[in-house]
Structures are given as C-alpha cells and as structure tokens.
Write a protein that binds this ligand. Structure first.
Ligand SMILES: NC(=O)c1ccc[n+]([C@@H]2O[C@H](COP(=O)([O-])OP(=O)(O)OC[C@H]3O[C@@H](n4cnc5c(N)ncnc54)[C@H](OP(=O)(O)O)[C@@H]3O)[C@@H](O)[C@H]2O)c1
Length: 277
C-alpha cells in the first residue's frame, strides 16, 4: 500500500493546532491531500473557505477552548485518529534574564501546557477507540541548547520528555506518540516573535547581532512542506519512531548531538554564535 493513499485514509480524522500559517498549515494541507478529514485551528476567526481543510477557533492556553474544539470535532466526525500539536511561538533573541517570570510562564502555557491540554482532551477518546496517533512538533532545540533562546529551548526540551514518557504509557492502549524535530523553517515564526519584556542594556549588542543573524538564517531556511512530509510519514508508519528530524540541517544536528563529544558540541555552539569574541 502506498503511503498517503486516499483509500487508506478515507475515514481518518486529523486535528492540527496552529494551522493558520507555517508548519501547521503545510501539515494540514498535506494530510488533507493524503485523504485525511482535517480540522486545523487558529485563534482568529476562519475566513471563508480558501483552504483544503476546515479551520476551527482554538486557543491552546485555554482549557475551555480546548474542550470546546475537541467536542466539536467529535460531534462532526465521531472520532479523532491523529492529533498534531503544532501551535507555538518564540521570544525574540534575548538573554534568559530579560524575560519576566510571567513571560516565562506564558511561553510554557502555549508551547508545553498547550500540548498537555490537547493531549488530556483527546486521549480519552483515542483510548476508547483503542487507536490513535499524537504527533508533537518539537525542535532541534529540544535536544540542543540555544543561548539567548533559553526559555524557548526549555519548552521544547519539555516536549521531548513528555512525549517519550507518554508514548510508553499509551503504547499498549493502541496509541503512539512521536516528536518531529525541525531546524530553521521559513514561516511566520520570527515575524510572530514576542519581544522580551525586561530588556537590559547589558545585552543590547548581542540582541542586535543575534537578531540580524537570525533574519539571515531564516531567509535561507527549510520550506515548511519538508516538515509536513515528515509528519505524514510518521502518521502513516506502521511502527512509528519516537523521534523524526525534519530536513538536512536537523538530521546533521541530531547526529552531532548523538555522536560528537559534549565538549565539541559546546565549543561549536559558542563558535557558531561568536559568543567569545
Ligand atoms: N519556524 C521554525 O524555524 C521552527 C523550527 C522548529 C520548530 N518550530 C515549531 O513549529 C511550530 C509551528 O511554528 P511555525 O514556524 O509554523 O510558526 P508560525 O507560522 O508563527 O505558526 C504558529 C502557529 O501557531 C498558532 N498559535 C500560536 N499561539 C497559539 C495559541 N495560544 N493557541 C492556538 N494556536 C496558537 C498560530 O495560530 P494563530 O496565530 O492563527 O492562532 C499559528 O498558526 C511551533 O511549535 C514552533 O515552535 C518552528
């Protein structure tokens, strides 16, 4: 059987959070093309149907909103076979101490607790079905550090730990969990950066230089379709892996993390970001 063949997917329902742009939108489109009945979500009201999938309102930071959206998909389709937890955002490059505790909580509310809320809402139904897939959009920053993006990297490390543990819990109940690990991907991600809320003069220069570097890197970043293809591959795999890198750069970084001595990785990161000059 061909991966993504419409016949296999005919009766499958997918819910993709954060599908108004970028990786979520590309993923929702790819899954729809493969034959899934796809419900994407956005915090903003959906425009008249210009997409190949339905767009439902959802804010993953609100338990009420999560419950309402999951109930709506179940009312419409009676089942959810695939949950793609994609909604997330970053903070513009800044020192860890330039974000207040409130800002630190807020990035966790979306990038980590958003996944926890969605998972808690969907898993009871998947358990009843005795089948389901949960795919979390992580990042290479879930296994590598990122100076001046410490809080974002912390949320993605949390996603890795949660996903791996959850996969062990749910495996015998017919549910599998995977994490997709993209590197830089050309989306609205950097345009949607939240500014650090406690800026310090001490870091003005490094903020400016890292901001410039990031703009250059993002301009040459991977297409979100690369990530969408990997999500589809994980969703269709008979025996899904826990982790999938997406794109050449992410694959290289995973190999580096796995096989290179820690000291070499440490030096490489400092050199790459010119932290000692
Ligand atoms: N771009 C990269 O370089 C990169 C690399 C690795 C991992 N990632 C991860 O990929 C995922 C998607 O990011 P992207 O690059 O595609 O960025 P993007 O274009 O900014 O898309 C982010 C999506 O998340 C949604 N979203 C944000 N906050 C939300 C909330 N509270 N509730 C519901 N939806 C929310 C947005 O929807 P609305 O604004 O319409 O609500 C939007 O659809 C994120 O988890 C990100 O961390 C990105």
């Amino acid at each position: 059987m061909k991966i993504g063949s419409k016949d296999i997917m005919q009766s499958k329902t997918a819910l993709v959070t954060g599908a108004s742009s970028g990786i979520g939108e590309a993923t929702a489109e790819r899954l729809a093309m493969a034959g899934y009945k796809v419900y994407g979500t956005s915090r903003r009201a959906a425009k008249a149907n210009q997409r190949s999938f339905e767009l439902l309102p959802l804010d993953v930071t609100s338990s009420e909103s999560v419950e309402t959206t999951v109930k709506e998909v179940l009312r419409l389709e009676g089942r959810i076979d695939l949950l793609v937890n994609n909604a997330g955002f970053g903070i513009a490059p800044a020192a860890a101490e330039e974000s207040s505790i409130e800002q630190a909580r807020s990035i966790f509310e979306t990038n980590f607790f958003g996944i926890v809320r969605m998972t808690r809402a969907v898993v009871p139904h998947m358990r009843r079905q005795r089948a389901g897939r949960i795919i979390n959009i992580g990042s290479v920053l879930g296994f590598l550090p990122m100076p001046y993006a410490a809080l974002y990297a912390a949320t993605k490390h949390a996603v890795e730990g949660y996903s791996e543990s959850l996969d062990h819990e749910l495996r015998t109940r017919g549910i599998r969990v995977s994490v997709i690990e993209p590197a830089y991907t050309k989306t609205q991600f950097d345009a949607n950066f939240v500014e650090p809320d406690s800026k310090l003069d001490e870091y003005r220069e490094i903020r400016a230089s890292l901001g410039k570097t990031l703009t250059e890197v993002m301009a040459a970043a991977d297409d979100p379709g690369i990530v969408a293809d990997v999500v589809l591959k994980a969703a269709c795999a008979a025996r899904p892996k826990l982790r999938y890198t997406a794109g050449v750069r992410a694959g290289r970084l995973r190999l580096l993390r796995r096989f290179a001595p820690a000291g070499l990785v440490d030096t490489g990161i400092r050199k790459d970001l010119r932290l000692d000059s």
